[in-house]
Design a protein around this ligand. Sequence first.
Ligand code: ADP
Ligand code: ZN
Length: 594
Amino acid sequence: MADAGQMQGEAEAALRRIFGFEQFRGVQRDVVARVLAGQSTLAVMPTGAGKSLTYQLPACMLDGTCVVVSPLIALMHDQLRSARANGIRAAALTSVDDDRMATMDAFRAGELDLLYVAPERASQPHFRDLLGSARLALFAVDEAHCVSEWGHDFRPDYRQLRPLMDAFPAVPRLALTATADAHTRADILAQLGIGEDGLIVAGFDRPNIRYAIRHRENGLRQLVTLLAEERGPGIIYAPTRRKVEDLAERLASVSGRRVLPYHAGLPPEQRAANQAEFVASEDMVIVATIAFGMGIDKPDVRFVAHAGIPKSIEAYYQETGRAGRDGDPARAVMLWAAGDFAQARQRLTELDEGRQAGERQRLDALAVLVETPTCRRAVLLRHFGEEPPERCGNCDNCLDAPDVIDTTELARKLLSAVYRTGQSYGFGHLQKVLTGAEDERVRQKGHDKLSVFGIVGQAEARLLQPVSRALQARGSLVANEHGGLCLAGDARDILTGGMPVVIVSPPAAGKRRRGRDAAPNPVGDPLFEALRNLRRELAEEAQVPPYVVFHDATLREMAAARPTSLVELGAISGVGARKLEAYGEAFLAAIRAH
Ligand code: ADP
Ligand code: ZN
C-alpha cells in the first residue's frame, strides 16, 4: 500500500462502507494503522473498546486471509455471526463445524477474509500445511493473555502459536487482550514474538458505565428496585450456587420478569440453554456465579449487579465490564455487607502463608473502593495505574456526594470495648455494653463494671453499626470462627496512634440515593417500538440475536432521523453496505408506515 495518509483514508472509507461507523474509537485507528503497515502489535483494550474491528477491517482491506485464534468456540461463533452480518467472508475450523472441507477449500481458493481457529489446531502439522497453501494477511490472537502463565487464564495450547507463526515470518501478528498488568503484557510480547515498541494500551475507563456501591440492607428488595428501573438484559452475580438458585427464583416471582439461574452445578444442557436464551434476549435477567461471563459477547447488557462483594478490584472491573459494550448507558451496582468482608478475611487464614499477604492486599483495596466517599471511577482507574480526574460525574458519589463524618472517637470506643471484653463477642453484645443496656448476659459477664460500659450516647449510637462495618471492611476488626470480633490490621494505630476513621454518613431512613436518569431508549415512542419489533422478526428469521441485526443506538437514530431513502438510511451509524442491502427496504417500509 501507498503512504500512511492514503492508507488512513482508505481505512476510514472501509470503516464506513463495511461497518457503517463514522469514525474509529480510541486507539482503534493506531492499531489498524500498524496492522496495515505490516507491524506486529499487542493491543490492550478494555471490553467494549472494539477489539474485533482492529483485525476484521484490515482483513477486508489486505490481500489474503486473516487467521484468528480464539480460545472459546462459543465466542468464535458469536464473532463469526457478526462478521458475516456485515458481509465479511468468514468461516471457522473447529471440531463442531461440520463444513470443515468446504472451509478449507474456500481458504485455499483465497475466498476468506477471516478464518477462525481454536488454538489446539496450531500444533497440528497438517494445519501448518494448510496455512502454507494460500496467502495469509495477518495472525490475530484474541484473548492473548491466555499465552501467559502470569495471566489469569493460561492455556498451554497458546504456546504452540509461536512456532506456527514463526513458520510464516512475513505475516504480521496482532495480539489482543482486555486484561493485562505490566508483567503479563511483557510476557505476551515475549511469548508471541512481538517487539516492545508494538505495545498499544488504551485507557481502562468505561465512561458509559455508572458505578454505584451500596450497603446491603435488604438485598432482595434492592435488586427488585433495580429490576424495575432497568428493563434491559442484566447479570446478577451471587456468591454461591445455592444463593444463585434462591435469588433467581425469588426475583422471578417478585419482579415478574424472566429470571434464570446459571452456575457450574446445573446440567450442561440447561446451562447452555439458559445462556443461549440470555444472549438472544432483550430483557432477561440471569443470576449467576462468576462461572458466567467469560466467552459471552452480548453488547446490550444494561446492568451488572453484585449481590455480594467480588473477589478483588480486578474481578469487579472485569465483571462489571460486561455491561454496556455497545456504548449505551449501563449500570454497575454492588451490594455489600460487613459479613462479606468478614467471611473473605476468614477464608484468608485457610490459605498458605505465602499467598495470604497478597490476597489481604486485594481485599484492602476492594474495601477502599467500597468505603470511599470520593469518585468510584477515580479509585478504580488509579488502581490500574492511571491518573484520572478527581470526579467523573457518572458514579453514585459524584452524582450525589455523600456526607462524611469523622468517627475516630467512636471507633476508639468500639475498639476499646472489643479489647476490654476479651476479643470474643459479636457486635450485638458490644453494642449493649457501649450503650449501657440493661442486659442479663452483660451483667453475668461483669461487663457492666467495665470503663467502656455506657460510654456511647444516644446520638452516637446510630453510627455504631456503620463504624463497625467500616472497621470490618478495612480489616481493623476481624471476626473469629464464632463471630467474635478481634482487633487486627491498623486497630492499634486507631486506638493510640491518631489514625483517623472517616465514614460515609448513613442515609437517613426513607432517603433513597439517586438512581439514574431516564434510559436512552425513548419509552413509548411507537416508531422506535415498531423498529424493535421488526428487528426481532428479522433476527428470529435469521436465527441470530437482535443486536446482530442492529444495535439499539442505530434504531434510535433511525427513529429520530426518519430516513426516506436507502442513501439516507445508509448514513446512519451502524448501517453498513451489507445490512443496508439485507434490511434496508424493510426498515424504510416500517418508517414510512408511521
Ligand atoms: P471488545 O471485543 O473489545 O469487547 P467488540 O469488538 O465486541 O469489543 O466491540 C464492542 C461494540 O462496539 C461492538 O458492538 C461494535 O459494533 C462496536 N464498535 C466497535 N468499533 C466501533 C466504532 N468505531 N464506532 C462505533 N461502534 C463501534
Ligand atoms: Zn465519579
